[in-house]
Design a protein around this ligand. Structure first.
Ligand code: CP
Length: 305
C-alpha cells in the first residue's frame, strides 16, 4: 500500500507516469468515467480549503466513485477528543483512500502509520503540500512543455508557504534548474530546504528581496500569499502582507513566455488586472489540479491501467 505524504515519496519515474496519465485523462475523460465505480474517497479536512478538497471530491466523482468526509474538525468526533490514529482506523473501514489536511506538521504521516487505506497529505501546516506540487508540475509541463532548464522565481512567504517547500523539493530533481528566492528577510526559505534539498542537488540559487530586479531572468514566477494563519503576531502580518504586489507595470520587464503561477487563494499579491495577461496561468492551474488528483487516486488504488 502506498501513501503520498511528501513529494519525494514518488520517484521521478512514478511522477512522470502520473503526469502522463493526467494528460491522458484530460484528453479521454470518457475512458475513465467509471474506473472508480464502487470506490470512496474520504476528505478529512481539519483546516479550511476550497481547491484541494473540492478538486479531490470532483476527481473521485468524475472517476465514477463517491465521497465522504468532513470539512471542519468541529463537525466530527475530533471535537470530542478522538485521536488522528483512531479517526483514520475508523474512516478506513468506510473509504478506499483518505485525503487529509491538518494544521499540524506530520499529522498525515502519523495517519498513514495507522490507516488501513492509502493516505494523501492534502497540506500539513507550513510543511508540505504534495498534491499542489503535482498540480504545479502538470501545469508547468503543459504551459512550458518541459520540467527542466528554467529559472524559477518563488516570491512572497517562502518561510511558511508549504507549496513552495514541496515544489522546490520536486523541481530540484530536474536538470538545469535555477531558483531565485524572492522574499523579505523575515519570510526567507527555511535553511533546511537549502542545506538538505537545494545544495545537495547542486542547484544554483539566489536569495533576493527585489521582485523587479529578478523579473527579466525568470521563466516561471511562482507568487505566494503571506500565510496569515501561521503568524504568531498580527502586527508582523500587517507589516509584511503587501511586500509584493505583481501588477501590469512590473510585468513589463518579464519574458514574453514567462508563466505566472500561484497556488491560490490570492489576497493582494497579484493585481486582478494581471488575470487578463496570457502569461497568468493560475486559474488554468486549478483545472490541472483536478486531473492530476484523478491520476493520483487511480495510481494509489492500482487502477492506473
Ligand atoms: N492551493 C490550495 O491548497 O488551496 P486551498 O487552500 O483552497 O485548498
Amino acid at each position: 500500500m502506498r501513501h503520498l505524504i511528501d513529494p519525494m515519496d514518488l520517484s521521478v519515474e512514478e511522477l512522470d507516469k502520473i503526469l502522463s496519465l493526467a494528460g491522458e485523462i484530460m484528453t479521454n475523460k470518457a475512458k475513465y468515467s467509471e474506473r472508480c465505480k464502487g470506490k470512496k474517497i474520504a476528505t478529512l479536512f481539519y483546516e479550511p480549503s476550497t481547491r484541494t478538497r473540492l478538486s479531490f471530491e470532483s476527481a473521485m466523482l468524475e472517476l465514477g466513485g463517491s465521497v465522504i468526509g468532513f470539512s471542519e474538525a468541529s463537525s466530527s468526533s475530533v471535537s470530542k477528543g478522538e485521536s488522528i490514529e483512531d479517526t483514520v482506523r475508523v474512516v478506513g473501514c468506510f473509504a478506499d483512500v483518505i485525503a487529509m489536511r491538518h494544521p499540524n506538521e506530520g499529522a498525515p504521516l502519523l495517519a498513514s502509520m495507522y490507516s488501513p487505506v492509502p493516505v494523501i497529505n492534502a497540506g500539513d501546516g507550513g510543511h508540505n503540500h504534495p498534491t499542489q506540487t503535482l498540480t504545479d508540475l502538470l501545469t508547468i509541463l503543459h504551459e512550458k512543455k518541459r520540467l527542466d532548464n528554467m529559472t524559477i522565481g518563488l516570491c512572497g512567504d517562502l518561510k511558511f508557504g508549504r507549496t513552495v517547500h514541496s515544489l522546490v523539493k520536486a523541481m530540484s530533481r530536474y536538470e538545469g534548474i535555477k531558483f531565485v528566492f524572492i522574499s523579505p528577510k523575515e519570510l526567507k526559505i527555511p535553511e533546511y530546504i537549502l542545506t538538505e534539498v537545494v545544495e545537495p542537488a547542486g542547484i544554483e540559487y539566489e536569495e533576493v528581496t527585489s521582485l523587479e530586479d529578478a523579473m527579466p531572468d525568470l521563466d516561471l514566477l511562482y507568487m505566494t500569499r503571506v500565510q496569515r494563519e501561521r503568524f504568531f503576531n498580527e502586527a508582523d502580518y500587517i507589516r509584511l502582507k503587501d511586500t509584493y504586489i505583481l501588477d501590469v507595470k512590473k510585468l513589463e520587464s518579464a519574458k514574453e513566455d514567462m508563466v505566472i503561477l500561484h497556488p491560490l487563494p490570492r489576497v493582494n499579491e497579484i493585481s486582478p488586472e494581471v488575470d487578463k495577461d496570457p502569461r497568468a496561468a493560475y486559474f488554468r492551474q486549478v483545472m490541472y489540479g483536478k486531473y492530476v488528483r484523478m491520476a493520483l487516486i487511480l495510481t494509489l488504488l492500482g487502477l492506473n491501467y
